[in-house]
Design a protein around this ligand. Structure first.
Ligand SMILES: Cc1ncc(COP(=O)(O)O)c(C=O)c1O
Length: 355
């Protein structure tokens, strides 16, 4: 008798689901993945492609993307030994968790937070210690400090600003957590460019357990090219990067990164636009009856409605794709959508007003 296929596989697969984006990834007005509404301009794409065609496509890129790492290190003004580039920050999350988790290991995750953290931790058969957010979705810093200590966790992962709540810890709160704990503290700054808070990056050489994660998928508008980074002191980085997939970043990713960083005013202009539109959207949303708006520290907004599934479907029927985040702890009947172009935001408001 043949053995059941599932018994041959990692038993942790029973506890995780295939990653899905509800409603898909295509819509006339697509606001469901916290992307930038602005694509890279054609003149810059052409410059990038011109450089890319001169590369040897039959040759492997470097084992690690040293060109990209050097470019980002120079941009940030830090040592290249403190920088690791990955194929999206998702890949870096897998790498760091492979390096730090496993059966019997404990990870502290504020709840709700980015779903991939739990998924990888479960896959690696680690114990998840969830620290609930406060009822208003703000971080419970005291509970994080207390639980990290009492549970003797091995790693703390904090998305700040946080997806899906859009709330942040202050610089001092992040410093306190990293200083008070002997666990590795991974601070995912995917949305830092939109935040009122200062990045914790300046402390990577002071705090030996601190790792900062960055993505080029949000403010830098490069979600389709897949670029992420981890930043820490060189000793820790050398260890964390050991499980990394070799050759994971393409030559195209390195060239694109270098060129976008060289034209960074495109990014700062886009961020200013998005923050301005976020304020306009917030003002409009707070005057709509039946909608409760949460204050945002990111490029996306969270609203609570009386029936999130019905509103999600109504918007879908109008060609507007948002994210129904009702399944998350404390987020019953909540919807999430990123700031779009002026006309897209106007259409969204019109449709919400007409509910
Ligand atoms: C908090 C957070 N971290 C990481 C990511 C993944 O980004 P990347 O596109 O770099 O894999 C996301 C994407 O939504 C996110 O919200």
């Amino acid at each position: 008798m043949k053995r059941d296929m599932k018994s041959l596989l990692n038993p942790a697969l029973q506890n995780i689901a295939t990653y899905k984006v509800e409603g898909g990834q295509y819509a006339e007005i697509k606001l469901n993945q916290n992307e930038s509404p602005f694509d890279v301009p054609m003149w810059l794409k052409e410059e990038i492609i011109e450089e890319f065609i001169k590369e040897s496509w039959n040759r492997y890129p470097d084992i690690l993307p040293y060109r990209g790492m050097k470019a980002y290190a120079e941009f940030l003004g830090i040592s290249p030994d403190s920088v690791m580039m990955s194929n999206g920050s998702n890949e870096m999350l897998y790498t760091i968790f492979l390096a730090s988790l496993g059966p019997g290991r404990k990870i502290l995750i504020p709840d709700p937070s980015f779903s991939l953290y739990e998924k990888i931790a479960l896959l690696l058969q680690s114990r998840i210690v969830r620290v609930p957010m406060l009822p208003d979705l703000e971080f419970d810093t005291e509970a994080i400090l207390r639980t990290a200590h009492d549970e003797e966790v091995d790693i703390i992962v904090i998305s700040t600003p946080n997806n899906p709540t859009s709330k942040s810890l202050s610089f001092e709160e992040v410093r306190l957590i990293a200083e008070s704990s002997d666990a590795i503290v991974l601070v995912d700054e995917a949305y830092i460019e939109f935040s009122r808070q200062r990045s914790i990056l300046e402390l990577i050489d002071t705090l030996p357990n601190l790792v900062v994660l960055r993505t080029m998928s949000k403010a830098l508008a490069l979600a389709g090219i897949r670029i992420g980074f981890a930043l820490s002191n060189p000793l820790l980085m050398a260890e964390l990067a050991k499980p990394k997939i070799p050759f994971a970043s393409s030559r195209l990713a390195e060239i694109t990164l270098t060129r976008v960083l060289a034209n960074y005013s495109l990014v700062t202009d886009a961020v200013s636009f998005i923050l301005h539109e976020r304020e306009k959207l917030s003002a409009a949303l707070s005057s709509i009856q039946g909608i409760q708006l949460m204050e945002s520290d990111t490029n996306f907004l969270i609203i609570r409605v009386s029936d999130a599934s019905a509103v999600f479907q109504h918007l879908c029927n109008e060609g507007i794709l948002v994210r129904n985040v009702s399944g998350y702890h404390l987020m019953e009947n909540c919807l999430r959508f990123n700031v779009g172009l002026v006309e897209e935001n106007q259409r969204l408001i019109e449709k919400l007003c007409a509910l």
